[in-house]
Design a protein around this ligand. Structure first.
Ligand code: GLV
Length: 323
């Protein structure tokens, strides 16, 4: 009999089809995982779950007595209750490395778009605001090259951002992370700072740390107050690493100049979110790794992890403690 698996939210089609040949796979999309009866019934039968951002907590795991592995199609795994998974000897995996350059491209793209006001000016041109006259200085942007970039979180993606900034844009790199990284300092001429120092000195503040109990709400009112009034804040991590209302207040009060955001406290974003009505805010719908090439690589890696777990082997990208 084929092993039973749930695929959730996003697994690229060729990968899903390949899994369906070997396993009994049921696909679910955007469901209420606590109340959908079809989902809960399947959950009681499956040995594996593969997918994007399935919120896994004690309550959900109580419905999954046969579960061996949860394979996330993402590098972040803040959707998982790690303690509960470890207690139950259930493996969890993520998809690092394959998305590093793509996320760094996205973050850098958002940074440039915000500084040079590209989405706003695109709208101006398309709505007929540039037919007869050249634009006035009120639409000028801010230089990116040769400025100071503060990176909070110097993991793989932080380093890929530093690489672009240092070699491509002659930027000065400041960084803050859990540990100091001499090799990164050598490669990108980067300077380690305390968080407060980084916030006070940077022209661009880029947040790219994972969401953990230590980083939840890391950037709030006090931190925005420490930033330069001309600073541009870019968030490529998770919405909950900042206090979103404090960002809104900082932008409204002119405490910082602008923000480029790929992630939000509530996703998909709520219609009434004030950030949607601010010209100095560039938004994207959590698309850090969302290119055709990279999504496919992530799904392939997640499937590889899943199969290893289902077969009782140690998956390459295990994030829980090995059994
Ligand atoms: C995307 O946000 C990821 O964690 O892969």
């Amino acid at each position: 009999m084929k092993k039973k698996v749930i695929a959730y939210n996003r697994v690229e089609k060729p990968v899903l089809e390949a899994l369906q040949k070997k396993y009994d796979v049921t696909f679910f999309k955007n469901i209420d995982t606590q109340n959908d009866l079809d989902f809960l019934k399947k959950l009681s039968e499956v040995e594996g779950i593969i997918g994007l951002e399935l919120p896994v907590d004690k309550k959900l795991l109580d419905h999954a007595p046969h579960l061996k592995i949860i394979s996330n199609v993402s590098v972040g795994y803040n959707n998982l209750d790690m303690e509960e998974l470890t207690k139950r000897n259930i493996m969890a995996t993520n998809t690092p490395d394959v998305l590093t350059d793509t996320v760094a491209d996205t973050v850098f793209g958002i940074l440039i778009a915000t500084a040079r006001r590209i989405p706003e000016l695109d709208q101006l041109v398309k709505s007929g605001g540039w037919i007869t006259e050249s634009i006035e200085p009120e639409y000028f942007g801010m230089d990116v090259h040769h400025k100071k970039l503060g990176i909070i979180g110097m993991g793989r993606i932080g380093q890929a951002i530093a690489k672009r900034a240092h070699f491509g844009f002659d930027m000065e790199i400041l960084y803050h992370s859990r540990s100091q990284k001499p090799d990164v300092e050598d490669k990108f001429d980067a300077t380690y700072c305390t968080l407060d120092e980084l916030l006070a000195k940077s022209d661009f503040v880029c947040l790219i740390t994972p969401l953990t109990s230590e980083t939840v709400g890391l950037i709030g009112k006090r931190e925005f107050q420490l930033m330069k009034k001309t600073a541009i804040f870019v968030n490529g991590s998770r919405g909950k690493t900042i206090v979103e209302q404090d960002l809104i207040d900082a932008l409204k009060g002119g405490q910082i100049a602008a923000a480029g955001l790929d992630v939000f406290e509530k996703e998909p974003i709520e219609r009434h979110n004030a950030l949607l009505h601010m010209k100095n805010v560039v938004t994207t719908p959590h698309i850090g790794s969302s290119t055709h090439e990279t999504e496919l690589k992530m799904s392939e890696l997640a499937a590889y992890n899943l199969e290893a777990g289902l077969n009782g082997q140690k998956p390459p990208n295990l994030v829980t403690q090995p059994l």
